[in-house]
Design a protein around this ligand. Structure first.
Ligand code: MSP
Length: 508
């Protein structure tokens, strides 16, 4: 199966922060999980580089806007590479190839009779690049809304209201989790949709409207089409029918702040341009600091993912973000908690089982354990076999439902159970070498399972375990069931170093 996974295209208006990393890492974990299950995955991320906010930010810094976005875009890409995000496509909205796809998209909207010229007058939040009809301040950024009136192009969004309600009601899986789906349905049922202003005359930093060069495209239309342009750039040879194989399987990972753009504007635009809808919108809650959303516009809330990674490692950072809350709920960041879960789950629990197993194989078998040696059976005995099977079914079941925290908890408790099993078996107290060897064999098999289950969450630890057991890199789901000839232990223990720091830049 093919699956196309996207993150939002982040604004190139400032450096990436932990909130951006949260969505990107969830998308990465899901992609790694699907790859493990044998799916072909394309993961797209990128930067949203046009619009008034970016034009103003660059001007305030006295930097040429092109140079400014180049720099920020590189920052984002470098961060994702450093955090080992498995990116296949990094798409920028200032790429010419993207502009070409946007222009074709615009022509399709026009050919469908959905674009017309009109006068817009209303309110705007430059930080979200969003129109508002009421209020004085942006509910997300808390900044004052700006009044503006101008001539622009409109998209007949109002035409699609009923179709949107019908589609979302008929497709449970389109918006997850369910409370976000309900939120969109109430929005659509309680508000009369107005047509959407889709071009701007007051900024020139954007893609010019075909045939009306006084206007540039509204930055959100430009940005949403990135999901299509990235795919066309990545897979140019499959432009028509095969692109749709990917497109139908698209999963947009987004934060709850951009839900309406993706659940209302985007489907209507896609229908108008003759596309099918993506498979689903997977909506995460906010990371907050003292209950305030982490946001560039509130510098006190900003946490630099690199700084956190330097203190707790990529796996420490990932484990915290995946394990604390269910999809869609907000998570109030606490560095103490990051350290606490990293030490408890990764260093003490998982790390402990790995070092005990490797230590025992080193001590009693000189680091080499073969299936035939001393009659050790190749397969797991009934006790561990049931535990392993239940764990796989449960963990993967949760991942199929984007329940990252539940899946992560299942994997961590699997490790606890393995520690308890080893403690009960006490192979170090046995005189019979054959029975002891069999226990070590079973423990190593279970450790292999643990390492495969950890791939979506903590890929570095997973890899260290596989290398430490002498197993081939990049195992897949089916390797959970393949027979192993032997284990050759070689582990630079520990797989996760205990974190001893207790502060991150004054934040506790
Ligand atoms: N450029 C638009 C998206 C266009 S997608 C076609 C945009 N960019 S953004 O830089 O503001 O990033 C928004 C996304 O970053 C959110 O939807 C969310 O996925 C992620 N997050 C940013 N801050 C966040 C938190 N504090 N917490 C969780 N996610 C956050 O909007």
């Amino acid at each position: 199966m093919n699956t196309y996974i996207t993150t939002p295209i982040y604004y190139a208006s400032g450096s990436p922060h932990l909130g951006h990393a949260y969505t990107t890492l969830l998308a990465d974990a899901y992609g790694r999980y699907l790859k493990l299950r044998g799916n072909k995955v394309l993961l797209l991320t990128g930067t949203d580089e046009h619009g008034q906010k970016i034009e103003r930010t660059a001007a305030a810094k006295g930097v040429d806007v092109g140079t400014f976005v180049d720099q920020i875009s590189q920052d984002f890409e470098a961060l994702w590479r450093d955090l080992k995000v498995d990116i296949d496509i990094f798409q920028r909205t200032t790429d010419l190839a993207h502009a070409k796809v946007v222009l074709t998209f615009w022509q399709r909207l026009k050919a469908n009779g959905d674009l017309y010229i009109g006068d817009y007058s209303g309110l705007y939040c430059v930080e979200c690049e969003q129109y508002f009809t009421t209020g004085t301040h942006c509910p997300t950024h808390k900044i004052e809304l700006e009044k503006f009136a101008e001539r622009c192009w409109f998209f007949r969004l109002s035409r699609y209201q009923e179709d949107l309600i019908d589609y979302i009601e008929a497709h449970d899986e389109f918006i997850v989790p369910v409370q976000r789906r309900n939120e969109v349905l109430s929005f659509l049922k309680l508000n009369q949709l107005r047509d959407l202003a889709v071009s701007r005359g007051s900024t020139s930093w954007g893609i010019p409207v075909p045939g009306d060069e006084s206007q540039v495209l509204y930055v959100w239309v430009d940005a949403l089409v990135t999901y299509l342009s990235g795919l066309e750039v990545a897979a140019p040879d499959v432009a028509s029918h095969q692109t749709s194989v990917w497109w139908k399987s698209a999963h947009h990972f987004i934060g709850k702040d951009i839900l309406i753009f993706h659940a209302v504007y985007w489907p209507a635009l896609l229908w108008s341009a003759g596309y099918q809808l993506p498979a689903s919108l997977v909506v995460n809650g906010w990371l907050t600091v003292e209950s305030e959303k982490i946001s560039k516009s509130r510098p006190a809330t900003v946490i630099d993912p690199r700084e956190l990674e330097a203190k707790v490692g990529i796996d420490g950072l990932r484990h915290y973000l995946f394990s604390r809350v269910g999809l869609g709920q907000d998570l109030d960041f606490s560095f103490d908690q990051v350290v606490e879960v990293a030490n408890a789950d990764l260093a003490n629990n998982i790390g402990n089982f790995v070092s005990r197993m490797v230590g025992l194989v080193e001590k009693y078998e000189g680091g080499v354990l073969t299936a035939s040696a001393g009659g050790a059976s190749r397969n797991l005995g009934p006790e561990l076999a049931t535990l392993v099977e239940n764990t796989i079914v449960e963990a993967y079941g949760h991942l199929d439902n984007y329940e990252f925290a539940k899946a992560s908890r299942v994997v961590v408790s699997f490790s606890s159970e393995l520690n308890a099993w080893l403690q009960k078996k006490q192979p170090w107290k046995l005189d019979n070498a054959e029975i002891r060897r069999d226990i070590l064999w079973q423990g190593c098999l279970a450790l292999r399972t643990l390492s495969i289950l950890l791939i979506p969450f903590t890929p570095d630890i997973a890899l260290k375990i596989q290398q430490g057991l002498g197993l081939p890199d990049n195992p897949s789901w089916s390797d959970l069931y393949t027979e192993v000839d032997g284990f050759k232990t070689d582990l630079p223990v520990p797989v996760f170093k205990r974190v001893e720091v207790s502060k991150i830049d004054g934040m506790t």
